[in-house]
Design a protein around this ligand. Structure first.
Ligand code: HEC
Ligand code: HEC
Ligand code: HEC
Ligand code: HEC
Length: 253
């Protein structure tokens, strides 16, 4: 009985939180009815998913993606090893080097090269959904360099956590093992997932996905840390970063 009461108490606590963990009214809700003040949103199109997904004539069935891929050239010359990772891998300079679902899809809005409303299909044809700009954050419906949400505008990925590189110690599709100066993930209880593999040190709570690249390596990507629909942890994070738990999942410090 006591356990049942505990269970009900937990359900009561979790239920309202689950209601808040949605994309609606978040920064990824670009529908005209987003009620958050100052939201970047459509002037009249009242659909949430359409900016990223469409059921037909999508770019790919994979995630039914409704956007074009960026064709930007990227730079990040200020990494640990002058444009390379600690392992000597060059950080990606072309769109093809990122995993599509993991990072490229984020950059299709966040690098400012493609308008937020520029979609493959709405109502049977390609169109650009009009956006109400917010000063210093968007212009012409695109994220601009002065925005706090600029990630790679002008192809400049300097000052960002590396993405689009294989996780150290990882060979082929096998999840990474071992530890070195930067990485301590031991992958206890880490099963494969849609991304192809994951990192889980068994203490920080949540397995973070890695994404297969075209060369069959498992990479860290934006979506290793972020879940674009989930507001439960703030900043669309996959897991809480309280106590830097997110960082400690991969870095044994
Ligand atoms: C701002 C862009 C964006 C919006 C808006 C968006 N999604 Fe997504 N969605 C993504 C991305 C990016 C992925 C791929 C993520 C990955 O594979 O890690 C994805 C994946 C998915 C998937 C497959 C994988 C999963 O997480 O289950 C489903 C289902 C999905 N979205 C449904 C929706 C629905 C329904 C809506 C509208 C209520 C929506 N999405 C709105 C970006 C978006
Ligand atoms: C999903 C795993 C993962 C998570 C989570 C993660 N990192 Fe990393 N981190 C990596 C990988 C992979 C690299 C690749 C660079 C390399 O091989 O040198 C890296 C590189 C770094 C570097 C070195 C950058 C350079 O070029 O000098 C720092 C510092 C760092 N991470 C800090 C953090 C912090 C702080 C957090 C939490 C906000 C975090 N990391 C979360 C995997 C992760
Ligand atoms: C359809 C365009 C679009 C796509 C695709 C997209 N974003 Fe965003 N994102 C936005 C916009 C617009 C904002 C808010 C900009 C503003 O308010 O000025 C935003 C905000 C964010 C924020 C800040 C959230 C907050 O509450 O502070 C994060 C984090 C983020 N995006 C990560 C991602 C990641 C990771 C991906 C890929 C998995 C992604 N986004 C894909 C358009 C997009
Ligand atoms: C290693 C984990 C990690 C990776 C990889 C990562 N992010 Fe983030 N991101 C975070 C964390 C943690 C925050 C919250 C920072 C804070 O609260 O100050 C954040 C914040 C953001 C924000 C809000 C603005 C800001 O500067 O805080 C945006 C937008 C964003 N991320 C987009 C992206 C995109 C796009 C990618 C891929 C190119 C990406 N992130 C890759 C961990 C990551």
């Amino acid at each position: 009985m006591r356990n049942l009461l505990k269970f009900l108490a937990v359900v009561a606590l979790v239920m309202p939180l689950a209601g808040q963990a949605q994309i609606k009214n978040s920064r990824h809700d670009l529908s005209s009815s987003n009620s958050t003040s100052g939201a970047v949103k459509a002037t009249s199109v009242d659909q949430v998913c359409i900016f990223c997904h469409v059921p037909h004539n999508a770019q790919t069935t994979l995630a039914l993606w409704n956007r074009k891929n960026p064709t930007s050239t990227y730079t990040w010359t200020d990494s640990i090893n002058n444009g390379k990772t600690s392992q000597g891998t060059t950080l990606p300079t072309t769109a093809a080097q990122f995993s599509a679902n993991g990072s490229l899809r984020c950059l299709s809005c966040h690098d400012g090269s493609i308008a937020l409303g520029d979609v493959m299909n709405m109502g049977g044809s390609a169109t650009t959904i009009a956006i109400t700009d917010q000063a210093s954050r968007t212009s012409g419906g695109k994220i601009v360099g002065t925005s706090p949400y600029d990630i790679g505008v002008g192809g400049d990925l300097r000052k960002n956590h590396p993405v689009g590189v294989p996780f150290p110690g990882q060979t082929g599709t096998t999840a990474p093992v071992g530890a070195n100066q930067y990485y301590g993930a031991t992958n206890t209880g880490c099963s494969t997932n849609s991304g192809g593999g994951c990192v889980n040190n068994g203490t920080a709570g949540k397995a973070l996905p890695l994404y297969l690249n075209s060369g069959n390596a498992l990479q860290i990507e934006c979506a290793s840390c972020h879940e674009p629909h989930n507001t439960a942890n703030g900043t669309f994070l996959r897991a809480s970063n309280a106590g830097s738990a997110l960082c400690l999942t991969c870095h044994q410090k």
